[in-house]
Design a protein around this ligand. Structure first.
Ligand code: SF4
Ligand code: SF4
Length: 128
């Protein structure tokens, strides 16, 4: 998929809030900015933050992850809503098409989303 098509799809994307992507996870990468935003939003202590996030250095970049991903630690399992909606990671804002275009997830992760699958099917059928 070319980038202009992915941008067009993302601009029309409307999340149905089914919670599926947050349930199956996707090993999303978080930045320090994401982590600090969530720490402030939830008023986490250092110990709490360390129990939630892991950290590694990849090619001189500091990359953070949510340790508990399937489902995501921040998914309200009952209501299927994100408990850090007001400060959710950049990757979650960009999912699915923009994140894929930027190399932040693979095609399997995009196809996790039923809305994305429907949009791609419509595109292939020439509906959109
Ligand atoms: S942070 Fe929120 S939006 Fe992102 S995967 Fe977790 S529950 Fe879903
Ligand atoms: S799977 Fe798609 S429609 Fe469902 S919550 Fe995730 S982004 Fe929204």
């Amino acid at each position: 998929m070319d980038v202009p098509l992915l941008e067009k799809l993302q601009s029309k994307f409307k999340c149905s809030k089914c919670g599926k992507c947050c349930s199956v996870g996707g090993d999303m990468e978080l930045s320090l900015y994401d982590v600090i935003g969530i720490e402030l939003y939830l008023d986490l202590s250092v110990d709490e933050s360390e129990s939630i996030f892991s950290y590694e250095t990849i090619d001189s970049r500091n990359v953070y992850h949510v340790k508990s991903q399937r489902p995501c630690y921040f998914l309200d399992k009952l209501n299927k809503t994100c408990i850090v909606q007001g400060s959710k990671p950049d990757a979650c804002h960009k999912y699915p098409f923009k994140l894929y275009a930027q190399g932040g997830c693979n095609l399997d992760a995009v196809l996790t989303c039923p809305v994305a699958v429907k949009m791609l099917e419509d595109h292939l059928k020439g509906v959109e």
